[in-house]
Write a protein that binds this ligand. Sequence first.
Ligand SMILES: Nc1ncnc2c1ncn2[C@@H]1O[C@H](COP(=O)(O)OP(=O)(O)OP(=O)(O)O)[C@@H](O)[C@H]1O
Ligand SMILES: [Mg+2]
Length: 255
Amino acid sequence: MTTSALVSVRDLHVELGGNPVLRGLNAELPRGQITAVLGLNGSGKTTLLRAILREIPYRGEITFHCGHDHRHPDPRHVGYVPQKLTIDSSMPLTVRDLLGLAMQRRPIFFGFSRKVHATKAEMLHAVGADIRLLDRPLEKISGGERQRVLLALALQPEPELLLLDEPASGIDVSGQEQFYDLISRLNREKGTTILLVSHDLSMVGKHVHRVICVKDGQVHCQAAPNEITPNMLQQVFGVNFGMFVHDHQHSHTDG
Ligand SMILES: Nc1ncnc2c1ncn2[C@@H]1O[C@H](COP(=O)(O)OP(=O)(O)OP(=O)(O)O)[C@@H](O)[C@H]1O
Ligand SMILES: [Mg+2]
């Protein structure tokens, strides 16, 4: 397989609160593919995503090979679904407000045009979320509903790179399958490059093209799911893995 990298990470070092979190991490995100980051809690997965977003200071190189200038990441090119959403409860927002804010990039008290209303419904529809969510306050919707809304946001406008930090956590089993199907379809149909963090090995084995295992602030292994052995996982997670789902529904595309 010869696939060019959309993003190359070289010798990445990040310190948080005076402690080294990433210590010389090297990784490639193949263009047009889905890559999963695996690792124990606290191993630095979210930190890697935040460094790619330039949200935190780092040493080393993170290079985008797409021709855009990512010194100041532009939401048109990078979509992000964070692991945690901090909502300011003093300013209650509905789902409609949030989507509108993101689309118009102006204060919500200006109100919205009809055209934008229609597009918001489409945004929710595209991620399989109920359009009745639009008028619900953000802090009152369920975890799974929130993840879908955040994905809808991250897809607007259509990103070249999508960073998903445990996007399906809190989603029920059938919803998880749907969520991963949705991400896979997006990747297939639009060619979106996706980096996702997940603790769900069976979903990862089924839906991603590449796995990056992070341990002690470095990449311990980086391979296609069917090349990741139980032994590698044992070294990363410290527990015995009997199996890792290998049936892979994608065909790898070169390019
Ligand atoms: N602002 C901060 N100041 C100090 N330490 C931090 C800060 N943010 C994160 N850390 C520490 O950095 C380490 C890596 O955190 P990170 O959130 O990247 O882990 P993670 O792999 O995403 O874990 P999880 O699976 O629990 O989400 C952890 O030990 C965490 O406590
Ligand atoms: Mg995390």
